[in-house]
Design a protein around this ligand. Sequence first.
Ligand code: A3P
Length: 291
Amino acid sequence: MAKYKHTIVKNGKGGYVVFPPFVTQKEMDLIEEKFVVRDDDVFVTAYPKSGTTWMEQIVHLTLNNGVQGDKVLSEAVPWVEGINRYQGVEKLLNQQAKPRRFHSHLPYHLMPGAKLNLAKYIYVARNPKDNAISFYFHSCSKLGYDGTWDEFFDLYIQGKVGYGSFFDHVLDWWQASQKSNNILFVKYEDMKQDLRQAVKTVADFLGVKLDEELWEAIASQSSFESMAANPQANLDWVYQRPEFPKHMRKGIIGDWRNYFTTEQNQIFDEIYLKSMKDTDLQFDFGEGIII
Ligand code: A3P
């Protein structure tokens, strides 16, 4: 089995969860100690590879009157649990932007302030087959993973990849969103289907009024093509291994069909149906398959 570099941290529910190598219990303790959430803070949250950067771009533009500015997106909407890797806790918390804005992949139970219903949280979820494929390429290009897709598939279905099980992550956030007006739950596939509507939903949630021109500008600057061509938004600067695709890889629904074997698909469907049996949350897997 190929080695997937990781750490193990407390999951906030009495157990443990697999995290990426650069987020350890030390960072989580620091966050718990220092992160005082303000009621106007805005968090973009997601299981990795679900469209986090895409939502960061929409939120950033919405709060910034459609102006991209010269900061790269991951500085404009900094990464909560990346405190030691990138910005340091003071810079993270003392950002000049008002309201402060953050992005994070933390599970619901570890997210600063989430249970207090103080700040605003926008959670993006994506169908897990496309998510797994995107996560595989991300692990190869940015996390030094050198295993095969087949090996990654096994890790993914066991929840042994960064931030743990897709199902635990998404279902905890989904359930919380059903009980809280402070959490907006958005699906990647709905954003693909109607980006303008997604921008409107986000703006309404953030209490920002959009005129037609601004609305159009935000949607246009948030398209896959615009973001891929935009050095502030395309994350090329964190891209490490040129033999693998960049962060803005394909941005489509249904790419999993090019990689899942028939057997993997059967295994995945069984796990999916079992994990999702008690929820009304559904995902669009492309070509009209909604489960
Ligand atoms: P693919 O690898 O399937 O192309 P995250 O930001 O959470 O890491 O998610 C990355 C995924 O979102 C990548 O998926 C990326 O291409 C996709 N993505 C980013 N911006 C997008 C956009 N504007 N439209 C569609 N997909 C986008």
